[in-house]
Design a binder for this molecule. Sequence first.
Ligand code: DON
Length: 579
Amino acid sequence: MQTKPNILPSLKLVLSFFVLLSLNAVKAQPFLKAHPHINPYRYEIVKEMTFDNGAVTSASPLASMVGAAMMKDGGNAFDAAIATQLSLAVVFPGAGNIGGGGFMLARKANGELIGIDYREAAPSKASRDMYLDEKGDPIPEKSTRGTTASGIPGSIAGIISTHAYAKLPFAKLIEPAIEFAEFGYVISEREAKGLNSEKANFLKHSSAPSAFTQKEVWKAGDTLIQPELAATLKRIQKNGLAGFYEGETAAYIVKEMGHTGGYITLEDLKKYTPKFRKPLEFDYKGHHIISFAPPSSGGILIAQMMQMIAPFNVEKMGLNTLESVSLMVEAQRRAYADRAEHMGDPDYWKVPTKTLISNSYAQARMSDYKAGEAGSSKTTLAGQVHESEQTTHFSVIDKEGNMVAITTTLNDTYGNKTIVAGAGFLLNNEMDDFSIKPGVPNMYGALGGEANAIQPGKRMLSSMTPTLVTVNNKPYISIGTPGGTTIPNQVYEGLVNIIDHKMSIKQAIDATRFHHQWIPDVIAVESDFPEDIENGLKAMGYKTMRRGKFGRMDGIQISAQGKRVAAGDKRGDDSVAGY
Ligand code: DON
């Protein structure tokens, strides 16, 4: 006799298996399960949107959505910034990072300004000529590839210092990043291209294969899972600073150093501290601009350039006319000449900040400006100053009016191309931002001298320019961008577009850009820069060159009605979110 199988017990078993599985998923993904609208396998880019309460704009749709969710869950702009930055370290690996550094600039709703410098520092074993051979020539790639190029990472220390201003527990803010790393996220075409083009470099400069090299060829829509990075983030979630700067993670970093002769020691990691820097402030045509102090050069540069052009009616000159571009370029030439000579880590070099950002100095520097005539970097040198004394940017403004602007970097795209074995994150190649030899340009063509020479513990000069604007003491704009030495010029042009040319924040961000950095004596323009103006500039005696895109600027502006108008640059996958 045939007996019918009793399927009930096995059905029960299967059902309870699925219940258990989904309970586990909730346990394993508390953030994503509670926020089903954030789907790491299916998400869209939103370039511009207006929100009633809080807004985030960043290089990644997922990271922006995470920031907005934290505000909706009761957090403020600092909570959003922390969660966005940690998510970027997972979903935007080319520049988002825990192995790099950055600057956090904030203005609290009560008017208090905060500047946290978590720039990388030179390891204790670093020395002035460490990148030169016996003949005194730079050793190719030593300051740009592999562990020799890395400064001591500052990002986690900076994020944890920022947490003092936040409202939600740190464990909650890091959770989305852990879930993206552990369960994966779908990569965009841009990311797939980036990972494919760097595959050989990742393998060459790392001691072991990594999540980035797990596939032969990446394509848009593939899922990137980073289990080692998830484990590192969990150690940080559990142990805070010590989860990165001590114990297992620190040991992995130091072990990786051994692979290619890098300099960072356990002691270097343990000793790293972020520094509070008093933000720089200046006025421009009824707007109060707040930006980052040295070791960033950005705040000084935009203060100089904007004050140099303030006496002129730029609006009347028009956008991208011969008159306006040559005026703005001559300001760029003069300010960048000062960058090379006078700027460095203020704890190691006396940066004459007060003079450099003074309006009288700006006017004196422009005294030899002749409208209609191309200047020359042979005759324009740094001013005489006497005084008593692949990066990513994101912006947040919350419901209360707290504004945060953060630019963070590994320096080059995917940093030094070294993924720390066991810990799953990329290291920076920030040492190249020092002047490795006077007169030898770094990877951005920037020159430097004594002010930016290498010393143990010193922080390399940066161009990162996170910037905030107020009008009548009320919050107005949070803005910034990546792009090496083009950064201060991009922010300068973006603000002039808004303030003088009355563009919306989205138009200002998307507008074509130009860049002059004193040396080389050439105006670099983006591919969509008007050809007739370029020809006109040449006829005036300028040298010009067409370059790819400059940066990916992200910004938020508060409208007259008090709404948060968020915009992401057309140049990348940048995306806004809010509520
Ligand atoms: O701090 C700096 O100035 C550079 N390390 C920034 C590098 C950068 O913006 C690369 N991004 N495109």
